[in-house]
Design a protein around this ligand. Structure first.
Ligand SMILES: NC(=O)c1ccc[n+]([C@@H]2O[C@H](COP(=O)([O-])OP(=O)(O)OC[C@H]3O[C@@H](n4cnc5c(N)ncnc54)[C@H](O)[C@@H]3O)[C@@H](O)[C@H]2O)c1
Ligand SMILES: O=C(O)C[C@H](O)C(=O)O
Length: 309
């Protein structure tokens, strides 16, 4: 397997590190536009191979897409991160141009690749990658809900005093401070509904803290997060290259599913060797569906901004 990660910044390098350590690829290409950055980080990571004992060969490239040729999976992390006080949506002006150019270059050199989009605003960047490449919809996957669901489990685990690994909990909808929908009614601790163990007030707090999870970290760190985002990107790569058929919330093109079409939005999907293989219907109730529709309206208005750029 050959995997490329575009963007050797905080998220891209962390994602690549996770991919290498888990030996998800024989060859891993790290590409960045900044002279020397990807080569340097690739060498640094390769020098951990003797210590950690992995076999993945990591190659760095300053914007030379010929090195990425024939990739099976490409992860796009290139673009500006937000600063404290900003929304992800404010990044659209710069990041749309970056993601469009990267997607076109990837298509030229790896026409059969499955593309995972991480750059923000992720739902709109995923829609852009889909429309700019014209690739089959199952090969374009936006990573946001996978991370948001991990953060939801973290928040739940703090209140329940339990292991996040014992929780099943998903966040659907957009990857925005106000557009994501943590489905607390459907979350379970092993098979018991978490709502049995939490007061109404705790439930509201968990949902609110999950929704601003990225903003909270951005305020603390001064730029946005990378450990969990990088690990979430690598988890999707693993499910593809090992054909694990794991269920993750990902941003995918909807054609009537969850009551929406002509939009990419976060829903539970099976991830395997063909990309996202199936959308799973979690049966939203009327309140959850209303939130999902509101989220779709907000993402659609960001997608409309693309036409003005
Ligand atoms: N979807 C998510 O869940 C999620 C999570 C975390 C971060 N993000 C987003 O991921 C992006 C990257 O975040 P980061 O913290 O790694 O930022 P960063 O600044 O550390 O890294 C971004 C890298 O992209 C590179 N780059 C810029 N233009 C490029 C181009 N045309 N081609 C190749 N490389 C290019 C830069 O040189 C830089 O090294 C941001 O947009 C951020 O908002 C999304
Ligand atoms: O918060 C951000 O801007 C980065 C990312 O989308 C995240 O959720 O960590």
């Amino acid at each position: 397997m050959k995997v490329t990660v575009v963007g050797a910044g905080a998220v891209g390098a962390t994602c690549a590190d996770n991919i290498a350590r888990a030996e998800l690829a024989q060859e891993l290409v790290l590409l960045d536009i900044k002279e020397g950055l990807a080569e340097g980080k690739a060498q640094d990571m390769m020098q951990t191979a003797a210590l950690l004992g992995f076999d993945t060969r990591i190659v760095g490239s300053t914007n030379d897409y010929s090195k990425t040729a024939g990739s099976d999976v490409v992860v796009i992390t290139s673009g500006l991160p937000r600063k404290p006080g900003m929304t992800r949506e404010e990044l659209i002006g710069t990041n749309a141009g970056i993601v469009r150019g990267v997607a076109e270059n990837i298509l030229k050199h790896s026409p059969n690749a499955i593309i995972i989009v991480i750059s923000n605003p992720m739902d709109t960047m995923t829609y852009l990658a889909l429309t700019a490449t014209g690739l089959p919809k199952n090969r374009i996957i936006g990573m946001g809900g996978t991370l948001d669901s991990a953060r939801f489990k973290y928040q739940l685990s703090q209140h329940l005093g339990c292991s996040p690994a014992d929780l099943n909990a998903v966040v659907v909808g957009g990857h925005g401070d106000t557009t994501m929908i943590p489905l607390i009614r459907q979350a379970t601790w092993n098979s018991a509904p978490v709502t049995k163990f939490l007061s109404e007030e705790q439930q509201k707090q968990i949902v609110a803290d999950t929704m601003v999870g990225g903003a909270t970290l951005t305020k603390l760190i001064g730029t946005s997060a990378w450990y969990a985002p990088g690990a979430a990107g690598a988890a999707l790569v693993e499910s593809i290259v090992r054909d694990q058929k794991k269920l993750f919330t990902c941003c995918v093109s909807l054609n009537g599913e969850y009551g929406q079409k002509d939009i990419c939005l976060g829903v539970p999907v099976i991830i395997g060797k063909s990309g996202w293989e199936k959308i799973v219907d979690f049966g939203l109730n009327a309140d959850e569906q209303a939130l999902f529709n509101k989220s779709a309206d907000a993402v659609r208005s960001m997608n409309d901004v693309l036409k003005t750029l």
